[in-house]
Design a protein around this ligand. Structure first.
Ligand code: SF4
Length: 366
């Protein structure tokens, strides 16, 4: 069954790539990668996160379990990778463990990114026992002062304690999963020195952390994020398509592979769309596969194909259009990394990914 499913995923991703290369506005493959938003609310107000700057009129809410089940029932046959995450903190949702359990029941892999501030012993156990495959704790800053200046409203010692509780539960339950990552957005300044990082990692000695990851800060194409002083993020640049770069341009691949579903059922094309600016449809009204080839996404694909992206509110600030090519064929395609992740497992995949992207080596728990 597993092998059969892997073959189906492989064929579907290849088919997506073919549809993409052929610039088909109606995509004959199914989407492979999903972000599902348990909630757009967050208990923190981090300066580098677009959620912090959502308009006061933005309605905050939690996905209903009924709607969530409908989504999983619809996508379970073809979803290759799925994340319970978009704009808010997933652990705020009171049924988050039940969601994971339902996904596993339907044979769907589950990943969560969390700030870790809301974990309790019970929630940790429930998530692990539900079969969560992957959890990434966003922990920016290796000491109290740095962390609390970035993760505003979080308390350094308390978050560490919560993560330790989670890791101890994983150890006690003798579970291989979830793969646990502790991820920091860092910058080359003394706040993130190697010495501080080492001391921070020692706190997790002997516990099953699979990876300490670092990543560079990103402005999400959001002026307010870019203007925050916590990291040097650089100004938001609008893309330009000109004689020099035009031949390197490629439409956004996500429009042929991914979908994000917001808590109220609104479907948007990518995880960059925090506020639902590109409404492709709502799954309370249409099925996911109907929305996948409905008029709004057709229009977006057409504009991307025709290089008419400079007036699109999000795409015009996105850096996705100039990916590496061989003989004018884009070599990177969303879906290929997800396939590798599935075949190799998280550990091997992450090692390979870090090698290829020339990032710092993965550090394991000391
Ligand atoms: S170009 Fe960027 S903003 Fe536009 S759909 Fe693709 S990933 Fe999203």
């Amino acid at each position: 069954m597993g092998m059969q499913k892997d073959t189906t995923f492989f064929v579907n991703v290849l088919n997506s790539y073919y549809n993409y290369l052929r610039k088909r506005v109606i995509c004959k493959s199914t989407p492979s990668i999903f972000w599902i938003e348990p909630t757009n609310a967050c208990n923190l107000i981090c300066p580098m996160c677009p959620t912090t700057y959502a308009s006061p009129d933005t309605k905050k809410g939690f996905i209903s379990f009924e709607l969530f089940k409908k989504i999983i029932d619809e996508i379970s046959d073809f979803v290759l990778e799925s994340k319970l995450l978009q704009g808010g903190e997933p652990l705020l949702h009171p049924q988050i463990a039940e969601m994971v359990e339902y996904m596993k029941l339907k044979g769907v892999r589950t990943e969560i990114d969390s700030n870790g501030t809301l974990l309790t012993e019970k929630l940790a156990r429930n998530l692990i026992e539900a079969g969560l495959d992957f959890i990434s704790f966003s922990f920016d800053g290796y000491d109290k002062e740095t962390y609390e200046s970035i993760r505003i409203k979080a308390v350094f010692d308390k978050t560490i304690e919560n993560i330790l509780v989670f890791l101890e539960a994983k150890k006690r339950l003798k579970r291989k999963n979830p793969y646990v990552r502790i991820k920091s957005i860092v910058q080359k300044d003394k706040r993130f020195s190697e010495d501080k990082k080492k001391k921070f990692m020692q706190r997790f000695g002997g516990l099953p952390v699979d990876e300490f990851d670092i990543t560079e800060a990103f402005n999400w194409g959001n002026e307010k994020v870019a203007a925050s002083k916590v990291y040097s993020l650089g100004k938001v640049k609008k893309i330009e398509i000109n004689e020099k770069n035009e031949r390197f341009y490629h439409p956004c691949q996500r429009l042929w592979t991914t979908m994000s579903i917001l808590w109220d059922g609104t479907v948007v094309p990518c995880c960059q769309d925090f506020y639902g600016e590109y409404k492709l449809g709502n799954i309370n009204e249409k099925s996911i596969l109907e929305i996948w080839n409905d008029e709004p996404i057709q229009l977006l694909r057409t504009k991307n194909i025709k290089k008419e992206v400079v007036d699109l509110p999000l795409c015009s600030k996105c850096s996705i259009f100039f990916t590496p090519t061989v003989f004018s064929i884009p070599t990177y395609f969303y879906g290929f990394p997800s396939l590798l992740k599935r075949i190799l497992g998280y550990g091997l995949y992450q090692k390979l990914n870090h090698k290829l992207s020339a990032k710092t080596k993965i550090s394991k728990s000391p």
